[in-house]
Design a protein around this ligand. Structure first.
Ligand code: AHR
Length: 521
């Protein structure tokens, strides 16, 4: 009798286990020939502001430094950034842009005047990193420059002179000045931000007032000698849809605006739940992990809502949504200057980067560029430096692993997945995107947001024949693992063997808190 009861219990438990296992299998459908929109490589752009050690110490050490450099720019940082194909760099701010006067940053270093960086720590800025040094950095990296012009405390003339200085071949005052400063040929500069956060540090303007300023400034930013500017309008606060409506309504699809005034529209969004208590970058609980990821997922809703307004006026999607500031913003590392925004970067940051990049990929019909804040030593950085040492962060490795999606055709993914529940709140456990590159290779990136449960995924890859799957994974022992100076790397990509492909069916087991990129070819 006892044996019978025992067998019955075992059968029941097995049935429950099988049912639960079935329940836990998420499904994904990818049509390998369905793509039409390209994931612009500019989604993989960076932001480098004169803020803390973002430029000084992080990129620029000066020619006389004992840290190996090329014309003053750190070789180790350039070497590491080259490996992630930085598409473009936004500079010099941020809030800094609206108090930057570019003519203070050209000519012999000894003659450059100093200024106070009032936004970030009140420190003295000696202007040793200016226009020529920035353009040199872009050339060393093969990245496009994105200049953010000063509309808040500058003038139309100052901004239009800057364009002429950079891009004009002809014989005029600004190109003569450039030549005098050692640069014979003009540079090509495409991307130009007409102000930054003009609702706030960029001038506390109303949308209406700014839309007139945008038109006035844009009118005098000229295209010289085959250089065509792509002008990016400042957006409002993340959820200020009226601002988007005002700018788009003014543009209203007229050719004049398209040709001359507006090509891109900016959205800034940081994954912060409480600005007065942002929390530590490395000391956090599962509740904090969940809250940060939950906030990050709002990016999708913001893009959809802004894009819907843009669609009303621009159904052909000629104007790009430019997410030119995004990422995590935590409390500064203990003992560091509160104005320098220096923070560590854990597996949680890697997850936030993966989720955002998946969202940008899936909305690449409208999102034409994104710039994570910021490149070195500031906020969610790629690289941290301490004197001559550097650390490649968890976020750096996501950018490296995901770089296969640059300029590939986005494949629409249909995902049905488990929820990740914390307390009374739930978010999807998986974040996914996929693309097909020029050689026909398919890449699928999947993040398992759940910090303690693995996810089984059954993926139907429609249209695949005779292919093989390989993969890489980023994960760590703990949610708050991070790479630090003088220690072996705790977070970095490793070969992934958890995916099997049989004809069109791909099965994947994603460990808890992991990010995987699969290659099918
Ligand atoms: O990235 C830091 C700051 O955040 C930028 O200077 C500003 O544009 C934004 O508010």
């Amino acid at each position: 009798m006892n044996t019978l009861r025992h067998i019955t219990i075992v059968i029941l438990l097995s049935a429950i286990f099988v049912l639960r296992a079935q329940e836990l299998t998420s499904t994904l459908v990818v049509h390998s020939d369905s793509g039409k929109d390209t994931i612009s490589k500019f989604i993989y752009s960076q932001f480098a502001e004169h803020l803390g050690r973002g430029i000084y110490g992080g990129i620029w050490v000066g020619e006389n430094s004992s840290i190996p450099n090329t014309r003053g720019i750190r070789n180790d940082v350039v070497g590491a950034l080259k490996k992630i194909n930085v598409a473009a760099i936004r500079w010099p701010g941020g809030c800094f842009a609206d108090e930057y006067h570019w003519k203070d940053g050209i000519g012999p270093h000894a003659n450059r005047p100093s200024m106070v960086n009032t936004n970030w720590g009140g420190v003295t800025e000696d202007n040793s990193f200016g226009t020529h040094e920035f353009m040199d950095l872009c050339e060393l990296l093969g990245a496009e420059p994105i200049i953010c012009g000063n509309i808040g405390s500058g003038t139309v003339k100052e901004m239009s002179d800057w364009v002429q200085y950079l891009t004009s071949e002809g014989d005029n005052l600004m190109s003569q000045l450039r030549r005098k400063n050692g640069r014979e040929k003009p540079w090509k500069v495409k991307f130009w931000c007409v102000g930054n956060e003009t609702w706030g540090c960029g001038g506390i303007m109303s949308a209406d007032f700014y839309s007139n300023e945008l038109a006035r400034y844009s009118q005098f930013l000229k295209n010289y000698d085959g250089n065509t500017l792509y002008k990016i309008s400042s957006g409002g606060l993340p959820e200020n849809y009226d601002w988007t409506e005002t700018i788009m309504k003014k543009w209203n699809g007229t050719d004049e605006w398209l040709k001359g005034y507006l090509n891109g529209y900016s959205l800034h969004f940081y994954a912060v739940n409480d600005w007065s208590n942002k929390g530590s970058a490395t000391e956090f609980t599962e509740k904090d992990w969940f809250a940060t990821l939950s906030k990050t997922l709002e990016m999708e809703m913001l893009i959809e809502k802004h894009a819907a307004i843009m669609d009303k006026y621009d159904p052909e999607k000629r104007i790009g949504l430019i997410v030119d500031e995004w990422g995590n913003w935590f409390d500064v590392e203990p003992g560091t200057n509160s104005g320098f925004l220096y923070q560590q970067n854990s597996l949680r940051d890697a997850m936030v980067a993966a989720v955002n990049l998946n969202i940008f990929h899936n909305n690449c019909d409208r999102v034409k560029m994104s710039n994570i804040a910021q490149m070195v030593n500031v906020l969610q950085a790629m690289i941290l430096t301490k004197d001559s040492e550097i650390v490649l962060t968890s976020t750096y490795y996501v950018f490296k692993m995901y770089s296969v999606h640059q300029d590939a055709v986005m494949l629409t993914v249909k995902v049905k997945c488990e929820s990740y529940t914390n307390g009374t709140d739930s978010i999807p456990a998986l974040s996914v995107s996929a693309s097909k590159d020029k050689e026909g290779k398919i890449h699928i990136s999947i993040a398992n947001l759940h910090p303690t449960e693995a996810q089984n995924l059954k993926c139907e890859l429609k249209g695949i024949t005779d292919s093989k799957v390989t993969g890489e994974i980023i994960t760590a022992e703990t949610m708050n693992a991070y790479n630090d100076f003088g220690k072996p790397e705790a977070v970095h990509p490793q070969a992934f063997g958890g995916a099997k492909l049989q004809k069109e069916i791909l099965t994947v087991t994603l460990p808890a808190k992991s990010i995987v990129t699969l290659e099918v070819k």
